[in-house]
Design a binder for this molecule. Structure first.
Ligand code: TRH
Length: 373
């Protein structure tokens, strides 16, 4: 750990409710670790910590995970200096009352952050940092602040550990792959972390017909189930499918968050989903395809377009995303013409350079606190 800047040691209470999938806990855990790397003391309250068994099997010094039960049951715990509600989760009135009491007693300012979802849409710059006075309940009179992660200056940035570049520089993919039990023969490596993408069938066909051999590194759970179902379907329709073996599959176990990063660094192309893995794929710096978390009201369409605009994605990458996410008719174009990762490298390289010029989210949060404390 090599903290770049020193901030006063503050005590943080971060609240996370696991709604679905692993993004809520994944981001909250990464933020907690990041703050601990900056010398902060963090209590992470989470209603379902199951995923931390594999995301963070070794824990992290400076981060204490506490069960967010109902009722909360403070049991003599004094709230810390900073309060973070991840993704607009509602913190128990009991805790807010204690927090309000404690900061008034200590004569310190309220720093209550609402950490929002990641988006490249224009509203992020407008809303980042805005205050939101609390008008009722035990927190009446306090002020929350919206904190928006983002890709541009004027947003909260992306989480990036102080030692990320150093770790990447020392990473040896051959050794890492060996540790995973993969006897890599130089095939193109494509990682797959997804839900049930509309374009999966076409991707598998494209890879199975490609001159270049590919090994698909499939993450467990929904991605693995989707691949298995699709491969069985193809084999039952056409037993000779993929018989020349240009496409092989390696089904991974659940990896720690650190090893998930390694997977992205080891691969030549990364298929990611949700929020945290997208940010990590950008840091990995390889051609990437994002399956955005689908929303019932269709809000994911404009959100995806905003991201592709920011990325300066070439037309083939845009088309691939539309189809991968089921946002265009699959019949429009043969998929094999679109899967052209070599054409997608430059925009990712340039995006990574832009991101590295910005302050990371943890540092920005600490600066925000120092300014307002
Ligand atoms: O799991 P997700 O689809 O989470 C989503 C998104 O966050 C979305 O924005 C949110 O609204 C929805 O959940 C409810 O994808 P995401 O965000 O990439 O989170 C996955 C986390 O799991 C990430 O921190 C990486 C981690 N992970 C591992 O640590 N090991 C693994 O083996 C795998 C596959 C993932």
């Amino acid at each position: 750990m090599h903290p770049e800047t020193t901030f006063p040691n503050l005590r943080w209470d971060i609240f996370c409710r696991v709604i679905d999938n692993f993004g809520d806990i994944g981001v909250s855990w990464r933020l907690s670790c990041n703050l601990a790397q900056h010398g902060q003391t963090v209590r992470l309250w989470v209603d379902d910590a199951t995923a931390l068994n594999w995301i963070a099997p070794s824990g992290m010094p400076g981060v204490e995970v506490r069960p967010w039960t109902t009722p909360l049951g403070l049991g003599g715990i004094t709230p810390g200096d900073m309060l973070v509600e991840a993704f607009g989760c509602d913190i128990d009135p009991e805790f807010i009352a204690e927090y309000a009491h404690s900061i008034r007693d200590r004569g310190i300012k309220c720093l209550w952050i609402n950490l929002e979802y990641l988006s490249a849409e224009g509203f992020v710059q407008r809303c980042h940092g805005l205050p939101s006075p609390v008008m009722s309940g035990p927190g009446k009179g306090l002020t929350k602040h919206f904190f928006y992660p983002g890709f541009t200056a004027g947003t909260g940035g992306l989480l990036r550990e102080p030692d990320l570049l150093e770790r990447q520089a020392h990473f040896d993919r051959k050794i890492w792959l060996q540790h995973q039990g993969l006897n890599w023969q130089g095939e193109r490596l494509v990682s797959l972390f997804c839900y049930e993408p509309a374009g999966l069938s076409d991707l598998l066909d494209a890879l199975s017909e490609d001159e270049q051999a590919t090994c698909l590194l499939v993450t467990p759970g929904r991605a693995s189930a989707a691949v298995q179902a699709e491969v069985s379907r193809k084999m039952s329709l056409k037993p000779s499918w993929n018989k020349g073996v240009p496409l092989s599959f390696f089904h991974l176990p659940r990896l720690s968050q650190q090893d998930f990063d390694h997977l992205l660094w080891a691969s030549d192309v990364n298929f990611v989903r949700g929020e945290d893995s997208l940010a990590r794929a950008l840091w990995a710096g390889k051609p990437l395809v994002w399956q955005i978390y689908p929303q019932d009201d269709g809000a994911h369409g404009p959100k995806l377009s905003a991201f592709l605009d920011w990325l300066n994605a070439p037309a083939s990458l845009r088309q691939f995303h539309q189809r991968w996410n089921g946002l265009t008719a699959l019949q429009q174009q043969p998929h094999s013409q679109e899967f052209s990762p070599l054409d997608w490298q430059t925009c990712v390289d340039q995006a990574r350079v832009r991101l590295l010029q910005q302050e990371d989210l943890g540092t920005q949060l600490l600066q925000f606190c120092s300014k307002n404390h």
